[in-house]
Write a protein that binds this ligand. Sequence first.
Ligand code: 4GN
Length: 221
Amino acid sequence: MKFDVLTLFPEMFEPLKQSIIGKAIEKGIIELNLINIRDFSKDKHKKVDDTPYGGGAGMVMMPEVVYDAYCSIKEKENAKVIYLSPQGKKLNQAKVVELSKRQHLILLCGHYEGIDQRVLDEIVDEEISVGDYVLTGGELPAMIVIDSVSRYVKGVLKEESIQEESFNNGLLEYPQYTRPEVFHHQKVPDVLLSGHHENIQKWRQEKSLEITKQKRPDLLK
Ligand code: 4GN
């Protein structure tokens, strides 16, 4: 799976090179291609933004530099272009799974007051939001998309991990325990030490339901 990222701050994506996603990149299962929009400025001062028509605070990213950065991406016939924005459709696990079925995603990160609407209208296929709050740029949301989607790419996680976790069958995850058996006078539930797989499964299912009712009743509807 290939991610092309159009951004003014490619250095912000360094954290993805750690841990599980980092390993997947090293293995070549995930390809992360960072494109610095500023490299496509034709201005002698590498200018990428200008004041908004109509007035108002802040700066707007100019259309041509964003378009030229987009055009530098090769073989994008089957790619989907995603613009990260608070106005987008809210990301959820179903959308993550849908996106993971694609071979190629292009993530467009805005900064400042945003990007000139005309280039958005030309190149963006889908606008996605990671939640109802405003950030200084689309880079953190883009990393959230890359991380969540990559987990569904074959070879990134151990096979079982994907099936077992939260949001499969729409419920939250049951609690987990590891050694020691007693921690600060609290014992691990007996059933988990019993070795009785059927009972363990039943207990986990019940816990999932109980926790979902308690913490996220909206998910049950
Ligand atoms: C996305 C982008 C929040 C989200 C963003 C989100 C940068 N903030 N909720 N900020 O997914 C104007 C230009 C704001 C791009 C955008």
